[in-house]
Design a protein around this ligand. Structure first.
Ligand code: DGJ
Length: 719
């Protein structure tokens, strides 16, 4: 590719521009990712590219050097190279290719996602490379790279990473970390020179996965600042990094984290990287997330939409499965408005506790002599759908499956058994017999009970797992994707929830194949206020499960009133996970009203725009959902600590139409109000403000006790 054969390519969608152009050596450079550049004719584009050319500093290469779309050490990039590997058995053993013969194909139809496919070759070293760069109609960037071994011998890949350039005035970084029951906890720091890398080697996405890596202007918030973010859409080992070099480049990158020997390409074989998603906004994190939400809503396996209210049995009964107890739970669940009853762990052979049984997906006849039929019929007679928990990628050492097929257990590189985790091992899905057995068992149980929904769990890390001496996570991850794809093909309409010890598998790779994620095993609403807020950087609200638990949270021992628990779940895929049998009439009535309130908001949850109005007091956490046409919005105002001031600072409501007048009302379900919760100013008969006043001047909040919540509705007043 030289400049004549590859004129500058300007793609623009939804206020975002990408500008790709060849440098003087014919190497493609992504000159711009960010705000729309406007209508630029060829002359203007050439001028723009020329204006971006750097000078030649002292003690440097004598020719001008720009970092290409593929940062290459062989062209002087001294940060993390995009491509690394070496060859054995013939040819040139180079660890990094030197690409040339660049060419590009551009698809840029108005109203469609724009796409550029860039190809290049290192003929001598045998690397054939293809990059797919897309800009969606919502302004989301997607980039992935395929590498083909084009010559004799084996090409061993060490890294195939994708990067996007960020403007140097983004000097602050935000990434996320976490642990079980505290997933996606934010950490912020200045973006200094060097590489800030977040690697995940859990063999799954991980509780501590960063979810997004965000660079932004100092002090960026949910509704302020210019931000660039990337996400690696992959459920196995992965890396995300932010790199600011001494030369002056600022890049965000990511890719699969490959162990030595994990991907070895024979001649003609191809490795394709996961997508790197990139989202930009000049108005803070919320609009950045909207592009990601639009993407996930569009790639959903099923038509996204209103999610049924769930009753999950886990914290209600754990392993204590009896028809009588579960039928009674179903009765009460239906009476409070539940629409889908999900039987969690404990229904299959040998599963009386969490130390046995995984690997055989047949109903335990000692607990269910007539199979699950009596329960399923009962659930259906109450008008509810039926869902079932499974953990298909795992096997208990104490199980019929492991006793019959010890070779199905994924082992360490020297064939030793990895240490158990929750007393379980990983099923080797590359073993075709193991794979087919689990797939057929799943299809059989789903067909027999006409299961509407699977809660698909995954409760351990995969470390030191190998096949034929090579690390196995890459192939295992692809096998899981295949299993999900085949199951969905066999049962169109089956919905699947991704759970992994709570929220250890939340990524766009799994969300392309599932319909809901379980963000965390904690349903303590105080923890959930944080976890949901940060998980929603990527995940739209209707795809995020949130359950009302009992008054005392099982994972923390904290107790909260029903209003706080229910308001925290209100704007998500709502459900209960609580032994509802034996609750008094008053509590059931209150829960019924919360469920009904959720159903009122539900159409908006499935289609609306999620906002998080920034509040100066960290004790106040606000989550809002605004209808697409901005005719209506709902906000949950929650406290996560005592407010700093007697009167909490005014709340600047974002998302509303500035020109529109809105009636604000308090829609909180009345309950045993805490004596410190004083009557909100937006009394039942409401107050009217314009969207502009609500955002610019803000509205006052009621006095709120620590760990309490109010629900505010704004509805357009039509004149
Ligand atoms: C871990 C999940 O996160 C829980 O919700 C529950 O399904 C248990 N596994 C069941 O073993």
């Amino acid at each position: 590719m030289d400049q004549d054969s590859f004129p500058p390519t300007h793609l623009s969608r939804a206020g975002v521009s990408l500008l790709l152009a060849a440098d003087e050596a014919g190497v493609p450079v992504l000159h711009h990712w960010g705000a729309a550049l406007g209508d630029l004719d060829d002359e203007a584009l050439h001028a723009l590219v020329a204006a971006r050319r750097p000078g030649v500093p002292m003690s440097a290469y004598d020719a001008r050097r720009l970092t290409g779309l593929v940062p290459e050490t062989t062209r002087g990039y001294t940060g993390t190279p995009a491509l690394e590997g070496h060859r054995t058995g013939g040819g040139v053993a180079a660890v990094a290719p030197r690409l040339s013969a660049w060419s590009a194909r551009v698809e840029d139809e108005a109203g469609q996602d724009a796409r550029v496919v860039v190809s290049a070759l290192d003929a001598e070293a045998g690397w054939e490379v293809e990059l797919e760069l897309e800009l969606s109609v919502a302004g989301l960037v997607r980039l992935r790279t395929s590498v083909t071994n084009s010559t004799e011998g084996t090409l061993h890949l060490a890294g195939v990473r994708n990067v996007l350039p960020v403007a140097p005035h983004a000097t602050e970084l935000l990434d996320l970390t976490g642990r079980w029951c505290r997933e996606r906890s934010p950490q912020r720091h200045p973006w200094v020179q060097g590489t800030h890398r977040r690697d995940g080697r859990h063999g799954r996405t991980g509780h501590d996965a960063t979810l997004l890596l965000v660079a932004g202007t100092p002090g960026f918030g949910f509704s302020r600042g210019e931000v660039w973010a990337v996400h690696t859409a992959w459920s196995g080992n992965h890396t995300s990094y932010a790199e600011r070099t001494a030369e002056g480049e600022c890049l965000l990158g990511g890719g699969e984290l490959l162990e030595p020997g994990e991907v070895a390409l024979a001649t003609g074989e191809t490795y394709r990287s996961p997508w790197l998603l990139g989202s930009w906004s000049d108005a803070g994190l919320d609009p950045m997330s909207h592009r990601l939400h639009a993407h996930l809503r569009s790639v959903s396996p099923l038509t996204r939409g209103e999610r049924p209210v769930v009753a999950n049995t886990w914290e209600a009964v754990y392993f204590d499965h009896t028809l009588e107890r579960l039928a009674a739970l179903a009765d009460v669940a239906a009476s409070v408005g539940v629409e889908r009853f999900v039987l969690d762990d404990g229904w299959f052979v040998g599963r009386r506790h969490d130390r046995a049984g995984l690997g055989g997906w047949t109903v335990d006849p000692t607990v269910w002599p007539e199979g699950l039929h009596p329960l399923v019929s009962h659930v259906r007679s109450l008008g509810m759908q039926f869902g079932l928990w499974v953990e298909p990628e795992m096997i208990s050492e104490d199980s019929d499956a492991a006793r019959a097929h010890p070779e199905w257990i994924l082992r360490g590189r020297d064939s030793t058994l990895p240490p158990t985790w929750r007393y379980q091992q990983v099923l080797d899905l590359q073993d075709e017999e193991a794979y087919a057995t689990v797939r057929d068992a799943l299809v059989a149980v789903v067909e027999e009970y006409d299961v509407d929904y699977l809660k698909w769990d995954h409760n351990r890390d995969l470390t030191d797992v190998a096949r034929a001496g090579s690390p196995a996570v890459h192939a295992q991850t692809l096998a899981v994707y295949r299993l999900l794809d085949e199951l969905r093909a066999a049962r169109p309409g089956l919905e699947i929830e991704s759970c992994s010890s709570g929220g250890a598998r939340v990524d766009a790779g799994i969300l392309a194949r599932t319909d809901r994620i379980w963000p965390s095993d904690t349903i303590d609403p105080l923890e959930r206020q944080h976890i949901q807020r940060w998980t929603s950087l990527l995940v739209p609200p209707e795809l995020m499960g949130s359950h009302v638990g009992g008054p005392v949270a099982h994972t923390t021992g904290r107790s909260h009133r029903l209003a706080y628990r229910a308001a925290t779940a209100l704007l998500h895929s709502f459900g209960t996970e609580w032994d509802l049998t034996g609750l008094d009439e008053e509590t059931l009535e209150e829960l019924t009203r919360w469920t009904a309130l959720h159903k009122r908001v539900r159409p908006l949850i499935a289609s609306g725009t999620l906002v998080h109005p920034d509040h100066p007091d960290p004790a106040v956490v606000v989550t809002g959902l605004v209808a697409e046409d901005r005719s209506e919005a709902w906000y949950v105002v929650a406290t996560v600590a005592a407010t700093a001031t007697q009167h909490p600072a005014r709340l600047r409501l974002t998302g509303l139409d500035p020109e529109q007048a809105y009636l604000l009302t308090d829609e909180t379900i009345p309950s045993d109000q805490h004596l410190m919760d004083l009557a909100p100013w937006w009394a039942a008969d409401g107050s009217t403000v314009t969207g502009r006043v609500a955002e610019v001047a803000g509205v006052s909040l009621p006095v709120l006790a620590p760990e309490s919540a109010k629900v505010l509705r704004a509805v357009a007043r039509r004149s």
